[in-house]
Design a binder for this molecule. Structure first.
Ligand code: GLU
Length: 501
């Protein structure tokens, strides 16, 4: 890893409402590449779509990047030598760049109206042309013709004079050589009639001004790259290198969409995925450190050290929620109980399980509860469901759990005996409880499981959870006693089905 300030990459999101996990993936790969080379990571906001771009949408992007820990060296809030970093504030620069190409005969004003364009396309389609193109009718207008159109009040767009022959190609750092016939390209628009730049034009002017050395972006932009290369050449500038990342797919290998789950990065934050886990997970989508390793947990610095663009896959970038859960679970287990408690508190408060302020004693008890659940937690939000039975006096017994464990003959008597013995204990630790439960099983000639399961249903209302003896200790003697008693009534058939209060 050598400091190489000459590596300059950028993330150029369009602020249209949310920060998509696909954009986060692109941002992360740019960031890893920049940090690996000691280069510069630039954030540029492509807000030329004035209707859809809002300050809130920009904030969502900044919040998303900050949440993931992707700091930018130039861009909004931090500024930099190539400010402004908002395309909406660079209009004059695009006008000037367009003038330059017009003056050099590399671009032209086109006065074709939207209606005429529509008619042109319809005619081409009628002739069986699948992707109709502008027919270049205004490519070589005389000054008189231009004046005549202007006199009609037509507002021109500025189009690029795409070469009519030859090929344009580049070597993608991930995909290898890509080439297109210039004939397949349109005389694409650079400036719209209202003076707004198009994406392809603004992106080249900005990448040029900001001295971008590597453009790392989604594969959906491959078809734009030849047009952008032609513009770079028209400006007489050396183009950057290009790397097109595979698009994120769902487990069914279709383009990732809401059908597969949340696509908004901050929804994952809300569900209780840790940023370090999301960072780790996203880094391994479409990239692996090679060497046939199966390691999946990487620290941030390790990823920076090992990241290489030529190890990025061309396809198969699957966003697999089960893998994200597994990685997040590892990071959750690594937290101290105090940290975990702190992170879970907002969820517990929102669910009304925990008060705004806690006494030291309450906090200590809560930490014991958290410690019991830490092992099986995959997302912070699960804590509410997992720990609900710890709060309140009574517990609601799930119907399935009741049918499975409280309806067998002898269960009422078994739980009544257990209740009596536990109530008589003068010390109520996990070890004390375990001794009683196992002793009773032995006495009755039952496997320990035959006592443990109905007891778990009695005190938690469900069939799965943390270790029974430990949770009973945390629950406390009184509550266990009350719940066992109530379960005896249910087992006798006297209690309410599926729950009691
Ligand atoms: N605004 C474009 C996007 O969000 C940027 C593409 C590029 O990186 O050139 O897809």
């Amino acid at each position: 890893m050598s400091a190489n300030r000459s590596v300059r990459v950028r993330m150029a999101p369009s602020p249209t409402g949310m920060f998509h996990v696909g954009s986060a993936h692109t941002a992360l790969f740019n960031w890893l590449f920049a940090r690996h080379h000691g280069g510069v990571f630039i954030l540029r906001i492509e807000d030329t779509d004035r209707e859809r771009s809002t300050p809130e949408a920009v904030k969502t992007i900044l919040d998303g990047l900050r949440w993931l820990g992707l700091d930018w060296d130039e861009g909004p809030e931090v500024g930099g030598p190539h400010a402004p970093y908002f395309q909406s504030q660079r209009r004059a620069r695009y006008q000037q760049a367009a003038q330059e190409l017009l003056a050099r005969g590399l671009a032209y004003r086109c006065y074709t109206t939207p209606e005429e364009l529509e008619q042109m396309r319809a005619q081409q389609r009628a002739r069986g042309i699948k992707s109709p193109k502008y027919d270049r009718r205004h490519r070589d207008l005389t000054p008189q013709q231009e004046r005549a159109f202007q006199a009609e009040g037509r507002q021109p767009v500025v189009r690029f004079k795409t070469p009519l022959t030859g090929k344009t190609g580049f070597t993608d750092l991930i995909r290898g050589p890509i080439r297109v016939d210039n004939r397949e390209l349109d005389d694409f628009v650079l400036l719209k009639a209202n003076g707004d730049p198009t994406y392809n034009f603004a992106v080249v002017v900005d990448d040029m001004d900001m001295q971008i050395t590597h453009v790392i972006r989604g594969e959906d932009h491959i078809s734009n790259t030849p047009k952008q290369l032609l513009l770079w050449r028209a400006f007489g500038a050396t183009p950057p290198q290009f790397a097109h990342l595979p698009l994120l797919l769902g487990p069914d290998r279709r383009k990732l969409s809401k059908r597969h789950g949340a696509v908004n990065l901050l929804d994952y934050a809300a569900q209780g995925y840790l940023p370090e886990a999301m960072f780790n997970f996203l880094a391994l989508i479409g990239w692996s450190p090679g060497g046939g390793e199966t390691q999946e947990i990487f620290r941030r610095e390790e990823l920076v050290a090992r990241f290489r663009l030529d190890q990025v896959a061309k396809a198969g970038a699957v966003f697999d929620l089960r893998k994200l859960d597994a990685i997040n679970a590892v990071y959750l287990r690594r937290l101290s109980v105090t940290e975990l408690t702190e992170l879970c508190l907002p969820y517990l408060r929102r669910a009304g399980l925990v008060d705004e302020t806690l006494t030291p004693g309450e906090r200590e008890w809560l930490e014991q509860v958290m410690a019991l659940e830490q092992e099986r937690l995959k997302r912070l939000e699960e804590i509410v469901d997992f720990t609900r039975f710890f709060f309140g006096e009574e517990v609601e017994i799930e119907e399935r759990a009741r049918r499975q464990w409280l309806t067998r003959p002898g269960t009422a008597d078994l739980l009544a005996t257990l209740h009596a013995r536990l109530a008589a204990l003068t010390s109520f630790t996990a070890a004390d409880i375990e001794k009683v439960v196992r002793g009773l099983a032995e006495e009755r000639g039952l496997s320990a499981a035959k006592v443990i399961h109905p007891t778990r249903v009695a005190v938690t209302g469900r069939t799965v959870g943390p270790g029974l003896f430990e949770l009973m200790e945390v629950l406390g003697q009184e509550r266990c006693s009350r719940r066992l008693q109530a379960a005896v009534a249910v087992a006798k058939g006297g209690g309410l089905k599926g729950g009691y209060s």
